[in-house]
Structures are given as C-alpha cells and as structure tokens.
Design a protein around this ligand. Structure first.
Ligand SMILES: [Zn+2]
Ligand SMILES: [Zn+2]
Ligand SMILES: [Zn+2]
Length: 109
C-alpha cells in the first residue's frame, strides 16, 4: 500500500496506515524500521512480513524522519513524535496514546 507516496508494508494495510492489528480511528501512523528502512503500521506487521528481528533506532538517531502520519502524509522525526503529545505536528490528527507502550520495540529509550 502506498500512503502519500510512501510504501507501507503490512497485513491488511489501509490508506490511513491502519492494519489488521491496530485499526481504531487513532491508529494512523506508520513507523519506519531501521533494519529494513521501510514503513510498517506496527511491530506485528513487521514480524509477519519479514524474516529478520527488529533493529531499533538509537538515541543518537532521533532526528531521523521515521513516523508517517496516515492522515496528512507528514513525516515526523522520532524526536518530534516523542514530544508531540500524541498528535501530528502538521495536521493535529490525534495518534493512539497506547503506542507509547510499544516505543521500546522501535526506539532505544
Ligand atoms: Zn526490518
Ligand atoms: Zn499491524
Ligand atoms: Zn498529519
């Protein structure tokens, strides 16, 4: 699925980057994984669609654009995302607050 020109790989990805695992109205971000430089809606999508383990973004890499807003297509840096209070810095769309519980899977904390 291409979302605002970015390829998002996953299981049942929709045009807002929702997937089979997370598809509420606020599950509208995709995360770029360091290991494969590719956007996925969630870690389960990465697990189901690759054969390799997740490589997390290091703390020094937080200026990397690695979050895609499925509502407007804006790409946030990891820092921007972590400081955003769960909303898009461009369009103000609300993101899922519970993603926070999974940050350790994507980013070194
Ligand atoms: Zn990967
Ligand atoms: Zn998923
Ligand atoms: Zn947005």
């Amino acid at each position: 699925m291409f979302v605002f020109g970015q390829e998002v790989i996953g299981t049942k990805v929709d045009p807002y980057t929702k997937c089979e695992h997370y598809h509420s109205s606020v599950d509208i971000i995709a995360i770029k994984f360091k290991c494969c430089d590719t956007y996925y809606p969630c870690y389960k999508c990465h697990e189901e669609n690759t054969e390799h383990p997740i490589d997390r973004w290091a703390i020094e890499e937080r200026d990397t654009k690695a979050i895609l807003c499925g509502k407007c297509g804006h790409q946030l840096t990891i820092n921007e995302y972590m400081q955003s209070a769960n909303s898009c810095t461009n369009c103000n769309a609300t993101f899922n607050v519970h993603c926070k519980n999974h940050h350790h899977l994507y980013f070194e904390l």
